[in-house]
Design a protein around this ligand. Sequence first.
Ligand SMILES: [Zn+2]
Length: 241
Amino acid sequence: MKEPLSRTLLRGRVLRYRLRRNRRTRRPGLEVSRRDGLVVSVPWRAREEIVPGLLHQWADWLVAKLDEHGAWDGPCVREYATGTELLVLGRPRRLLLKATSPRERGWSAELGDDRLVLHMAPDRILSPRPVIEQYLRGLAREHLPGRVEHWALRVGRRPSRVIIGERTTRWGSCSPAGTLSFCYRLVMAPPEVVDSIVAHEVCHLRHLDHSRRFWNLLDEVCPHHRRCRDWLNRHEDELII
Ligand SMILES: [Zn+2]
């Protein structure tokens, strides 16, 4: 997201938001999340002056959402240091950031039951988020293909490709060509929750819709998928880095 943060007042309180101009948007829209803060989508040629009126029109809803997500100041920027907790495969792990020699460009990781040790050059320790992201992406590339394989055997369909990337709105998706995509941050969730998302997408290789036949298949192969979906909804804010 590259739009700069704008500021306005809502009910006497400073509110930071991003204005997103969209060629396909006809009516303005508001979206609040902890990750992105408030995003105001407007048609391409709209003037920013329409925003305060829009926000006031939706103030009751907006104030509740902003409080709920702690999003008044814009996107959440989490600080990482030794001692910070990070969920990895559903378990909180204490981060331990250790300095290597300053000339060392790479990094390495050791995952323990309750801690994650990351070795990196001293200058990277001050802002270790890129290393944490690379670590989680690597873990996703290690963990997810095997789980796809497992569910592909159960469901009797094989994807043409598996892509691990960043998704902000969905944990996984399935394309008509049979490509499955997953958000790398999914590996922060417990293994059974990861599995339920993988199972969901693999079932789409048989039924590329949310028809009764699709849900019957998913219920059959992964009976606890609704409980897993609830877990994801409740812990969404913790699966952000
Ligand atoms: Zn689906």
